[in-house]
Design a protein around this ligand. Structure first.
Ligand SMILES: [Zn+2]
Length: 210
């Protein structure tokens, strides 16, 4: 309680430092208002606010230089880049999702090519994924579905294909309530299905209807 009071006061007064919890390395209680790190520790690490500010400005002044350097480094260390990307994906799955979605929208042809390539390189996995998708659909298809309703579903898939042919835009059969969602499981039934452009479907992702 006291710590945050001191911090709030220092902030109000426009001070750079305040007294908070004692440092675990025995440096006392002096902390930086920005970042709340121990002043002594920051000096040892070379991470004072002045230093950070200087580095930030340097980065801003040298964007082009940094880009060239980074590109060269990436080229020289392909294996490391691979690992880095994989870790980044694990740490920020949503960010990666969004980025790859944006990429797919911008370069649909390339994205399709890449996924075909991936499937070729990982036949077992791609078979497994397809099987999982099918099983999910099967599990979501109620046993009490009538023949007529089953035909209705088939019809929707035909409509999607037809629309594609007519408009030259890719169409998907979308599950209004997704089949796999942490909060609910939609069914593979005609009234939970609709034909929408693939792009719209990708944007919707696995979200529930609003
Ligand atoms: Zn310290």
């Amino acid at each position: 309680m006291r710590k945050s009071q001191n911090l709030a006061e220092a902030r109000k007064k426009g001070l750079k430092t305040y007294h908070g919890k004692p440092c675990k390395y025995g440096h006392g209680t002096l902390k930086y208002v920005s970042g709340q790190s121990c002043v002594e520790c920051s000096k040892i690490r070379g991470a004072t606010p002045e230093r950070k500010m200087y580095e930030k400005e340097w980065r801003q002044r040298n964007t082009e230089r940094r880009r060239l350097y980074n590109r060269r480094w990436d080229k020289d260390h392909p294996e490391k880049v691979k690992i880095q990307n994989r870790n980044k994906q694990k740490r920020h799955p949503e960010g990666c999702c969004r980025r790859s979605k944006r990429y797919r929208e911008k370069h649909p042809e390339k994205a399709r090519e890449a996924s075909a390539k991936w499937q070729e390189a990982h036949p077992e996995k791609s078979v497994l994924y397809a099987a999982t998708r099918r099983a999910t659909k099967r599990n979501a298809t109620p046993l009490w579905l009538t023949e007529k309703q089953k035909t209705e579903i088939e019809e929707l898939y035909r409509v999607a294909k037809l629309k594609e042919l007519l408009t030259n835009v890719r169409f998907d059969v979308d599950h209004i309530y997704p089949l796999k969602h942490p909060k609910c499981c939609g069914l593979h039934v005609p009234w939970n299905l609709r034909v929408i452009p693939e792009k719209e479907n990708e944007m919707k992702g696995n979200k529930l209807p609003e």
